[in-house]
Design a protein around this ligand. Structure first.
Ligand code: T3D
Length: 263
């Protein structure tokens, strides 16, 4: 299927989704929401997709909502932004968090507004050294959305989360790495090759086990220790029944590299 606002391909177990409206820093219009939704449906439905890599075309990763679609004239009724969250952004974040494969985000440039929080919803975030993260919402009188008010305090603590949300200051990729907001900051010209290598690696790993790790991490911040211990027991029971676990142990004992099939 060909798209206007994204590039999307799947090969060797790795799905690559590139936001492609560089003239507006890959901001989201309705068409792009629809195309991203289609691509993610394909990822969810396809056999053998074992990792998803998201990045942006051009000098930005994503500047959030396309504000060109939000221009109003005096007398116009206020738009219902809650409806767009319900319809587009919230399902997107829920899908990224619940996909049963690792999702890598390669933040190639500025990530602002919902663009920043879409990146932070991914499992492993790499960012180019020149990239920055901006909670731009406050500059428009809005609230961080796409999970921003949930993820920022968890990653950074309330002091930094409040500061970023209320001031809208840019956080450089280096600062983001130092603060534990992202996995890694890499040189600009190495971002795509590092992200690709990571994606290829993850696409050969025990996909079922990685999905269970993701589930455990998703629940960790709302569970008590007792609940999390019970969850780990249940997930470990499930992981222990996978073919990949058997292969991992056998390969270790045979002193050879494991061949994981993702089952
Ligand atoms: O509305 C709802 O449905 C609710 C949901 C909201 C979710 C949200 O994401 S709200 C937040 C929306 N995003 C923003 O407020 C960010 C707006 N953009 C910026 O602040 C700046 O562009 C950046 C800090 C991201 C980058 O600055 P800079 O100086 O590197 O680039 P620039 O010159 O501002 O932008 C380059 C072009 O992209 C420019 O177009 P031009 O002049 O070359 O024709 C600019 O207008 C365009 N652009 C950037 N961001 C957006 C955009 N066009 C439409 N929408 C954008 N969000």
């Amino acid at each position: 299927m060909s798209y206007d606002t994204i590039n999307f391909e799947i090969s060797e177990g790795l799905a690559r989704l590139t936001l492609n409206r560089p003239e507006s820093l890959n901001s989201f219009n309705e068409r792009m929401h629809g195309e991203v939704r289609d691509a993610l449906n394909e990822v969810e439905g396809a056999q053998g997709v074992r990792c998803l890599l998201i990045t942006g075309e051009g000098r930005g990763f994503c500047a959030g909502q396309d504000l060109g679609d939000r221009r109003t004239r005096p007398g116009d009724e206020a738009p219902d932004l809650g409806a767009t969250l319900d319809r587009y952004y919230n399902p997107l974040i829920r899908t990224l968090r619940s996909l049963e494969i690792p999702v890598i985000c390669a933040v190639n440039g500025v990530a602002a507004g919902a663009g920043a929080n879409i990146a932070l919803a991914c499992d492993i975030v790499l960012a180019a050294r020149s990239a920055k993260f901006i909670q731009a919402f406050c500059k428009l009188g809005l609230v961080p959305d796409s999970g921003g008010t949930w993820v920022l305090p968890r990653l950074l603590g309330y002091a930094r989360a409040r500061g970023l949300a209320m001031l809208g200051e840019a956080v450089s990729a280096e600062q983001a790495e130092q603060w534990g907001m992202i996995w890694k900051c890499v040189d600009d010209d190495e971002l795509q090759s590092e992200a690709e290598a990571l994606g290829r690696h993850l696409a050969t790993q025990p996909t079922r086990g990685l999905a269970l790790i993701k589930r455990a991490m998703n629940l960790a911040s709302s569970n008590t220790l007792d609940e999390q211990l019970d969850l780990e027991r249940d997930l470990q029971r499930e992981a222990g029944r996978s073919e990949d676990y058997r292969e991992g142990v056998t390969a270790f004992l045979d002193k050879r590299q494991p061949i994981f099939r993702g089952r």
